[in-house]
Design a protein around this ligand. Structure first.
Ligand code: ZN
Length: 150
């Protein structure tokens, strides 16, 4: 394993322990909120994601609760840290890049300026059975965003 792979693995391990954004928090009055529950039958991961957006389509917060493998929990933690301050459009752009990376079977060269800690999941893309684990929180956040209302 090269140095970058080791570093990325450490990032995933740290986030899986730290679980930034978990547990769920109460929603704030006056903001738009949405929630989504997603299940990954391949691995057994479960996640419930709650997002809050302001009237200008900026994310204010993401909180979540879940149970599953360290990849799925770490991915939710990373996304919770990244999401606040992003607009809906920025999130959808990053989701597209993240999805492309996760489908690349390890060939993608992530730009850390864009993907931040989510770049660490590039190694996971070599294992097709684990791709869903990494995608789960993102899919949940997307569904929560589209369902958001007062
Ligand atoms: Zn999993």
């Amino acid at each position: 394993m090269n140095e970058l792979d080791q570093l990325y693995q450490q990032v995933i391990l740290d986030h899986s322990k730290r679980r930034f954004g978990s547990p769920l928090v109460e929603t704030t009055e006056g903001l738009l909120h949405g929630e989504s529950h997603q299940h990954n039958p391949i691995c057994g991961d479960q996640i419930r994601v709650r997002v809050e957006l302001n009237e200008e389509d900026h994310f204010e917060a993401m909180s979540w609760e879940g149970d599953g493998c360290s990849i799925s929990m770490a991915s939710a933690s990373v996304l919770s840290e990244m999401l606040p301050e992003m607009t809906k459009e920025e999130f959808l752009d990053k989701l597209e890049i993240f999805r492309e990376m996760m489908r690349s079977k390890g060939t993608f060269e992530p730009d850390e300026e864009v993907l931040e800690d989510a770049a660490a999941f590039v190694g996971v893309s070599k294992f097709p059975a684990r791709v869903k684990c990494a995608m789960l929180a993102w899919v949940a956040a997307e569904a929560a965003m589209f369902g958001a209302n007062k």
